[in-house]
Every structure is written in C-alpha cells, then in structure tokens.
Design a protein around this ligand. Structure first.
Ligand SMILES: *Cc1c(COP(=O)(O)O)cnc(C)c1O
Length: 450
C-alpha cells in the first residue's frame, strides 16, 4: 500500500526541549535564520520580502493528495455491490460505525451536505414559521439555510473577541418568547463554550444544535464536539478536514429527535417504522460511493486532527506576546482542529493597514488572507432585502417576525472580520514550517510596529 503523502510527516508530539532543539537545528544555516531574532532591533529591522528583502519561506509546503489507496479500494468494492443506495448499504453502515467510534451518538443519518444536515436538524427540532434560532453571524450560510426554509428566523448573536465563537452572554441577551433553538458553530474547529451554552439551553428549554462542519475531531474538555447538544451536524464538503467531495452527517443521542433524522433526509419515508408519510421533507440522501470514500477518510481523521492541533498550538506559542497581534484563543483543555488559524491585528498598533500586512506576509511566502467571509452573514444583500423566497419573506409579510436585518448590529463580529488574518494550517506541514510561518509574522509585525 502506498504511504499517504498527507501523513508522511506525522510523528509523535515532540517534547518542548526536543522541539526547541529540532527547530533551532533546522534554522541554523538556512535562510529562515535571518528572520529569527527574539530581541527587536529598532535600528535595523530586517528588510521585508515585499521591499526586496529575503523571503522567510523559500519553499511552499508540499501538501500532497488527501486520498489514495484506501479510498480507491473502498470505491472499488462498492462497484461490486448490486445496490448503490444508502439504506442497508454496507458502505453507509461501515461509515456510520466508524463515525460512532469517533463520536458516540446513537442516531446517525448520512446526507448530501452539511447544509442538508443542518436543515434536517432544524426540521427534526420542530422549527416552524416565526420560530427564532440564535446563531453566529460568522459562519457559512449553510448554517441558516435550513432555518429559513422551515420559515424560521435566524437571530445573529455577537461573538467573543478571540475565539470568534458565540458569546454566551450575547446569546442570552437575544432570547425572546419565540426562541426555540441555538445553533453553536465551532468556527475553524475551535469548540464553543458548550458548558455555558448548554446551561442557557437547559434554562430556557431550547434545542441546542451543534454545527461541527469545520470541527471534525475537535474536543471540548476532553469530550468530542457533537455530544453536547441535542443534535449535531458535520460537512464532508471538499474543503473540510475529511471529505467525499460533498456530503454530510446529522446525529443525535436524544430519542425525541434522533428517530426523525432519517425520514427528514429521505422525503419523509421512515425506513424503520414504515407506514404512511408523517412528515414533509426533501431528498438529502447520500450515495454508497460517497459513504465509501468518507469511510476511508474517517480512518485518517485522528492523524489529521492531532497534527493540525499541534501545529496550531505551536503557531500560538510562537506569536504569543507579539505586540499588536491577538492569537487564536483556544481553551487549554480543548482540542481545536484548526480548519484555519486566525489572528487579529489590534487597530492602531501598526503603521500599515491590514491589506498591506497581509501582502507583506504573502511576500514572505506565508499563505495568508485578509479576514474570512467578507461580512457578517446578515450584511449580505439577500438578508438586507429579506429576499429569501422570490424576493419576498412570507413570515415577515404575515407578521410572524419583525426581524429587520438592515438594522441588525454585531459589532464584535464586524471587528473580527475587519481585523483578522487567516493563516493556512495543513496536516501536510511540518513543525519547522510553522516555526518559519511564525518568524515571518514576527518579521512583518516588527517592521510595521507603530
Ligand atoms: C461548510 C459549512 C457548512 C455547510 O456545509 P456544506 O457541506 O458546504 O453544505 C455549514 N456550516 C459551516 C460552519 C461550514 O463550514
């Protein structure tokens, strides 16, 4: 069997001493060493690559394919089956078994996307016309598509400054008699404060849904994300930590919601109980071919997430204390899979704007981007105009909601997107590579320090 190029560099975690030895050895005699200077030298800051100076990272990380022989073998086995349909399909059954080993949830439904998983979740939660669902304004729109299709109202609560996740106090502030659910988005793979959110959901009798689309393999106080809420959702879309191109999973331990997941993903057909149609639903089924690839990908998950967690933690250690930079905050007892790494620039701390800072990082050879989504979700024209259904929003016309997204404010979310810098973390990168990423960030930050 071919080695998986994405994992060829996986090793057990280094001790701090080993790490320091390894990284300084790697630095000596390379071009990287030029930027390594823990004492800022105001007299002669190193010349930025942007201005013709030496690049911190000479060679891009070679990331390789994220799939290979195991996926090929599963797919090949699938093509010898006499059915490619999910129900009682061996690939789907195998995937679900593997999924339950990672995330012990009793009821599991595979589906066509993360968006589908979230739609199934809100349908199973009983979200109906005018029901309010509190969630994050910084997320993929897939988080709220299902809410809107069920004629519910997404209510965007403001975020914490450095985890970029829901601020529990802000969630509490948005609760009204119409609130029915909370969707906690574990942004970038960083677990939300599930202790606080669960307490709020319990107190106000709300359904707690976890959007773990970006958080495969993440843990909150040692327990897998997805096991805290009533229902949880994952995405298998190409950009996520594991993938089959497109796909999703929705799961629950709750016997009120769990049995509804399968029929809500399958046109209302309850394939266990049978009988007449009891619910109105759409077709979100996943094929055996998708489940075959997703099942093989699951076997790689622990390697992927443990490596990314190590790299993200290392980057934070290496930029912590850097003036003007707020690192990505993760609770020390949690595991973040760093679907991306995101730090913030303190306004006024630098002589340049964020665009130039990011340009300078890119010139140093760092994969960096300004912000994440362009604006908080409700700042998009479709929300500003409430134009969800052929330009109309029936529940607003009927007086079932008075929500006006054109007046909705989430100042912290706004500030996060304006001051954030996104850094690519990938399981194919080495510790040495991340050390050089940190050096490049320090070089640029020191150059521009006001
Ligand atoms: C990707 C994503 C979704 C939607 O998943 P799809 O599979 O693309 O439909 C939902 N929520 C979050 C947080 C995501 O990152």
């Amino acid at each position: 069997m071919q080695p998986n190029p994405g994992h060829s560099e996986c090793r057990p975690p280094l001790s701090r001493r080993e790490f320091l030895a390894a990284s300084s050895a790697a630095l000596a005699g390379t071009a990287l060493a030029a930027a390594e200077n823990d004492v800022p030298d105001a007299e002669s800051p190193p010349k930025l690559a942007l201005h013709g100076g030496e690049k911190t990272i000479q060679q891009r990380a070679k990331l390789g394919l994220r799939w290979g022989d195991p996926e090929r073998q599963r797919l090949d086995a699938t093509l010898s089956q006499d059915s490619l349909f999910y129900w009682k399909g061996p690939q789907t059954a195998r995937f679900i078994k593997g999924f339950q080993q990672v995330t012990p949830l009793k009821h599991v439904m595979t589906c066509s996307s993360g968006t589908a998983a979230l739609h199934i979740a809100v349908a199973a939660a009983g979200i109906g016309p005018g029901d309010e669902v509190i969630t994050s304004p910084i997320t993929d729109i897939g988080t709220v598509i299902g809410v809107l299709f069920q004629q519910g109202v997404p209510v965007f609560a403001d975020l914490e400054a450095s985890t970029y996740n829901l601020n529990p106090a802000e969630v509490e502030r948005q609760i009204t008699p119409r609130t029915k659910a909370i969707i906690a988005v574990h942004l970038g793979g960083n677990p939300c404060d599930m202790t606080a959110l669960k307490a709020i959901a319990d107190t106000h009798r709300l359904v707690l849904i976890e959007d773990a689309a970006q958080a495969w393999g993440a843990t909150h106080r040692g327990e897998p994300v997805g096991t805290f809420g009533h229902i949880a959702c994952w995405s298998l879309q190409h950009s996520k930590l594991i993938t089959c191109g497109d796909g999703g999973v929705v799961a629950s331990n709750d016997d009120r919601f769990g049995p509804l997941l399968q029929p809500f993903g399958d046109k209302g057909y309850d394939r266990i109980k049978g009988g007449l149609l009891e619910s109105f639903a759409t077709n979100y089924r996943m094929t055996e071919e998708q489940a075959a690839i997703a099942g093989a990908q699951l076997d790689r998950l622990e390697d992927i997430v443990s490596k990314r967690a190590r790299l993200g933690t290392l980057l934070t250690e290496r930029i912590r204390g850097l003036q003007g930079v707020l690192p990505h905050q993760v609770h020390p007892a949690d595991r973040c899979g760093y679907w991306f790494y995101f730090f913030r620039l303190i306004p006024g701390a630098f002589k340049c704007d964020r665009a130039e800072f990011v340009k300078a990082l890119a010139a140093e050879g760092i994969e960096a981007g300004a912000g994440y989504i362009a604006v908080p979700l409700h700042r998009n024209p479709v929300f500003q105009r409430h134009g969800f259904f052929a330009g109309r929003w029936p529940i607003r016309e009927l007086g079932l909601t008075s929500m006006d997204y054109s007046k909705w404010e989430t100042p912290e979310a706004e500030a996060i997107l304006k001051t954030g810098v996104k850094i690519t973390i990938h399981e194919g990168m080495t510790e040495e590579y991340i050390v050089s990423v940190a050096q490049g960030i320090r070089k640029v930050a020191r150059y521009y320090t006001a």
